[in-house]
Design a protein around this ligand. Structure first.
Ligand SMILES: *Cc1c(COP(=O)(O)O)cnc(C)c1O
Length: 392
């Protein structure tokens, strides 16, 4: 006989999931009702309105895909990419590589624009690729590269796509809720995100939005969408307006309660306030880490406040540090991915995890752990440096 599973209480400061507040967690425990119940449908309409406000879009095709961010990614590519389509894909980390995989699996041709890990997408290289290639269907890029902590200039990239007459597919999994995402203002055609990063919801849901142009492109496809589950034409029968809801799949009812609650929490704080909170705590964390002698991978201008990638000090076993943080402080930080593995840590300040308490805990825990392991860091200065940021 197995007994109940009771997870330890952790502080989550990795690349996601982030801390889920008791308020959002308790929403999960509300009574399950039918996914076609009029009360449930009323809540779905509110989720849609709040997601439109969050993405800053009027698009009626804004909805939460019932699966994690990777499914939102696939929903965008499987609907928009047909065999033979050319897609310019920007890669400056792990997630751009997944975009390439998506394009190729759906029979498209990925024209790659490569940049170093830790650098933003280079606008000149993108323009060159767009100018040199005929009939580009879409430009695809990651707004906030979670593998490196880099923010690329989404607004300028979208402007380039418009100049060359192609669609844009944007990964906003880590950016949404942490920094500005302006879908209509920037002219994004297909965007996907996730619940477990800056929305501080349990993982498993992916908010997406499609522009009118993207909807036109899906309607004008020569071939049927090769995924039944992610076919936007079919999903719209359930999530679409007009009050008529047809069964498509059983929505994850309780997970959507949690998403609804997390969006209510977000709009109580206000979108601009959320962004400035992320920026403020990032600056405090950064001051503390730099005082300790720990350096950032990414140049200041392109750093994401919600994902801080820093170099592991010389001679330190980085996995041992993460183990000790988990054992001694119940604190999770992230490891490096790909060829940054072993070289960096990724410290998340996402959503509810982005707080003064967590910044101070992380600095103290890192300082004590690194000192105990004999790492060459400055002691006794990190908390003061972070506090100086808070005191203005
Ligand atoms: C986390 C992440 C994803 C994948 O989301 P899952 O919910 O893990 O499937 C995609 N892109 C970026 C930039 C991410 O950070």
């Amino acid at each position: 006989m197995k007994s109940s599973f009771n997870p330890p209480v952790r502080t989550l400061m990795g690349p996601g999931p982030s801390d889920v507040s008791p308020r959002v967690l308790s929403a999960l425990a509300r009574p399950t009702i039918g996914h076609l119940d009029p009360e449930f449908i009323r809540m779905m309409d509110e989720i849609k309105e709040m997601l439109q406000a969050l993405f800053k879009t009027q698009s009626p095709l804004t909805l939460p895909v019932s699966a994690p961010g990777s499914a939102g990614m696939e929903a965008c590519f499987v609907n928009l990419v047909e065999p033979g389509d050319k897609v310019v894909v920007c890669q400056n980390g792990v997630f751009g590589g997944r975009m390439k995989e998506n394009v190729e699996r759906f029979g498209g041709e990925a024209i790659m624009v490569m940049d170093d890990w830790g650098k933003p997408v280079d606008l000149d290289k993108v323009e060159k690729a767009l100018a040199e290639t005929d009939d580009v269907k879409a430009l695809a890029f990651v707004h906030a590269e979670t593998s490196t902590g880099v923010r690329s200039d989404a607004e300028s990239l979208c402007a380039l796509a418009q100049k060359y007459g192609c669609l844009t597919i944007v990964d906003a999994v880590t950016s949404l809720g942490g920094i500005e995402v302006d879908v209509d203002g920037w002219g994004i055609d297909a965007v996907y995100s996730g619940t477990q990063k800056c929305l501080s919801c349990p993982p498993g849901i992916s908010p997406v939005a499609f522009s009118e142009r993207a909807i036109e492109a899906v309607k004008n496809r020569k071939s049927t969408v090769p995924s039944w589950f992610l076919d936007k034409n079919l999903v719209m029968g359930y999530w679409g307006g007009g009050g008529k809801r047809a069964y498509h799949h059983t929505a994850p009812v309780n997970s959507l309660y949690a998403l609804h609650e997390s969006l209510v929490v977000l709009f109580e704080e206000g979108l601009e306030n959320t962004w400035s909170r992320h920026q403020q705590h990032h600056e405090a964390l950064r001051a503390g880490l730099e005082a300790m002698g720990i350096n950032f991978l990414v140049e200041e201008e392109y750093r994401l406040p919600q994902l801080n990638t820093v170099y592991v000090p010389e001679g330190v076993d980085e996995a041992e540090v993460r183990n000790r943080l988990l054992q001694d402080y119940s604190l999770e930080i992230g490891a490096g991915l790909g060829f940054l593995a072993g070289k960096v840590w990724r410290i998340g300040l996402m959503g509810s995890s982005c707080s003064r308490r967590n910044v101070m805990l992380c600095l103290a825990a890192l300082e004590n752990t690194l000192s105990a392991m004999g790492a060459p860091i400055n002691r006794g200065v990190a908390a003061l440096a972070a506090d100086a940021v808070y005191s203005g």
